[in-house]
Design a protein around this ligand. Structure first.
Ligand code: SAM
Length: 326
């Protein structure tokens, strides 16, 4: 049955084309199965108990007639029922007839459904088949099942155990629940410092129940932390608020252990002058050279510098992360 593509034919021809497609019972059975489930050629062959070349030939006709959609995943091809548009009512009519008749257990249509169950059950025990079939949709399935809040905590497991971490300018303490599980568990593992009591109040609520977190009111250039006790210091979006940075760099050096690291996350240099008035910024971001000069004047070194990928939804300037070492 060689037909021209339907979109060049008249409306009447189009209806005949569609009826011709539905005139073959095996094609109707295939459509009914593909309406329920996306299936590979081999799976369809097992369900309708026909040779694969036969199934492929019918699928080609269904594809040309706009009845099915083919999806490639590696070397395999999967098929499902297409959006039928004006043919939907025709298909509806046929399917209703079949559904009525498949209520009787003995019909070929009822057998199809039983074998489809068997084929689908075999799938779930074969994870390779599952992932081949899911292809790019795995990202959605993973998000549905697990969300994406676990990514950062999982990556933080890369940190060495038993670190003492200081979140300097911790604000409302958003980092504390992430840091507490991976920092030292005995005694104090995470120290949060901020000059604003109101911010610390919120941080305290957040850290309630985190036994290894200690929150302290204080300034970045006179840290309420003993010398040489911190493995990992963190300043997230803080330094642009501090006018005089030289004393901050030297006090962070004081509290770091030999070999300790300081992670600075802030904005790269930008020209948004209004931030000075609207948000009290003292610096319009930082260049690598500025951070390097401040570090070296305090006897520290910039070990790495990376501008982070921009979040498409973010309105602010680009961010960098610098790791400064003692
Ligand atoms: C923009 S908030 C960032 C808070 C937190 N790090 C975050 O990313 O959510 C800046 C914080 O730094 C604190 N801060 C600014 N200058 C400070 C200073 N000289 N000493 C201590 N804290 C300071 C502020 O009180 C504020 O809580």
């Amino acid at each position: 049955m060689k037909r021209k593509r339907i979109f060049v034919r008249s409306m009447t021809d189009l209806v005949y084309d569609r009826l011709a497609i539905l005139s073959e019972p095996i094609r109707v059975r295939i459509l009914r199965l593909l309406e329920r489930e996306e299936l590979a050629v081999g799976e369809l062959a097992r369900v309708v108990q026909a040779p694969q070349p036969t199934i492929s030939r019918h699928l080609k006709q269904l594809d040309e007639g706009g009845w099915v959609i083919r999806r490639r995943a590696g070397t395999a091809a999967y098929f499902r029922l297409a959006e039928l548009g004006s043919a939907a009512s025709l298909w509806d009519l046929v399917r209703r007839e079949i559904d009525a008749s498949s209520a009787a257990e003995s019909t070929i249509y009822a057998e199809d459904l039983r074998r489809l169950d068997g084929v689908l059950a075999a799938r779930t025990s074969d994870s390779a088949e599952l992932f081949r079939r899911l292809g790019g949709r795995w990202d959605n399935v993973r998000k549905e099942l697990f969300g994406d809040g676990y990514v950062l905590p999982a990556l933080l497991a890369l940190l060495p155990a038993d670190l003492v971490v200081a979140d300097l300018g911790c604000g409302t303490g958003a980092m504390l629940p992430l840091l507490a599980p991976v920092a030292r568990q005995e005694g104090i593992g995470v120290i949060g410092v901020d000059r604003e009591a109101a911010m610390l109040d919120v941080a305290r609520e957040r850290a309630a129940g985190l036994a290894n977190v200690d929150l302290r009111e204080g300034l970045l250039d006179a840290l309420p932390i003993a010398s040489g006790t911190v493995d990992l210091a963190l300043c997230e979006l803080v330094l642009h608020h501090v006018r005089e940075l030289t004393p901050v760099f030297s006090d962070v050096r004081r509290v770091l252990k030999q070999g300790g690291r300081w992670v600075i996350l802030d904005m790269v240099e930008h020209d948004r002058e209004e931030y000075r008035d609207t948000m009290g910024h003292q610096h319009l971001g930082f260049s690598r050279a500025t951070i390097e000069a401040l570090a070296s004047s305090a006897g520290l070194q910039v070990r790495s510098w990376r501008v982070l990928p921009a979040d498409p939804a973010a309105l602010g300037p680009a961010l960098f992360v610098a790791v400064v070492g003692r």
